[in-house]
Ligand binder design. Structure first.
Ligand SMILES: Cc1cc2nc3c(=O)[nH]c(=O)nc-3n(C[C@H](O)[C@H](O)[C@H](O)COP(=O)(O)O)c2cc1C
Length: 155
């Protein structure tokens, strides 16, 4: 199956970046093409080029996206993502009440803009362990498995 995916992430201390790389490895292992981008340097309108969209972020402040993600996040409001398959992920810390709230925000925004969420959001506690990294690879693989499925979102 030919499909193109992008993994766009924000990571302050590297944990979500590690997740992004492992998810991308899982996607590549299926033969799909994938571009990995830092959200700070990415433009939301570039998402139009892809069939599959994975957005990742750590959670900062009191359950917020970090500043580095805000411009991209706001740009998403300009987009119609109908027909796109999507998912959200990020590293979190269970010592905070708003566990991984930034991942929830990204998933909500994708859905709000018309994308179909094809796999449940993935939250990992702090630095991914080897087992978490393997789960991220499997997550990427499972995501691509959903790309060929017929959309359940009405246009
Ligand atoms: C100032 C600050 C605020 C944070 N707020 C939250 C939070 O509300 N919820 C949460 O799950 N984690 C929170 N975290 C934890 C980070 O999301 C966590 O350390 C994560 O692993 C960082 O990922 P990164 O390495 O990709 O930046 C916070 C961390 C800091 C330093």
């Amino acid at each position: 199956m030919w499909a193109k995916c992008t993994v766009v992430y924000t990571s302050i201390s590297g944990n979500t970046e590690k997740m992004a790389e492992a998810i991308a490895d899982g996607i590549r292992a299926t033969g799909c093409e994938v571009d990995v981008k830092d959200m700070f340097f990415a433009k939301a309108n570039e998402l139009a080029e892809y069939d599959g969209l994975l957005l990742g972020s750590c959670t900062w402040g009191d359950g917020e996206l970090p500043d580095e993600a805000l411009y991209f996040y706001e740009e998403l409001d300009e987009l119609n993502l109908q027909g796109k398959k999507a998912a959200a992920f990020g590293s979190c810390d269970s010592n905070y009440d708003s566990y991984g709230a930034a991942v929830d925000l990204l998933e909500e925004k994708l859905r709000d803009r018309g994308a179909e969420i094809v796999v449940d959001k993935l939250k990992v506690e702090l630095l991914p362990t080897d087992e978490d990294t393997q789960s991220c690879r499997e997550y990427g693989r499972a995501f691509t498995g959903m790309l060929s499925k017929q959309s359940t979102v009405r246009a």
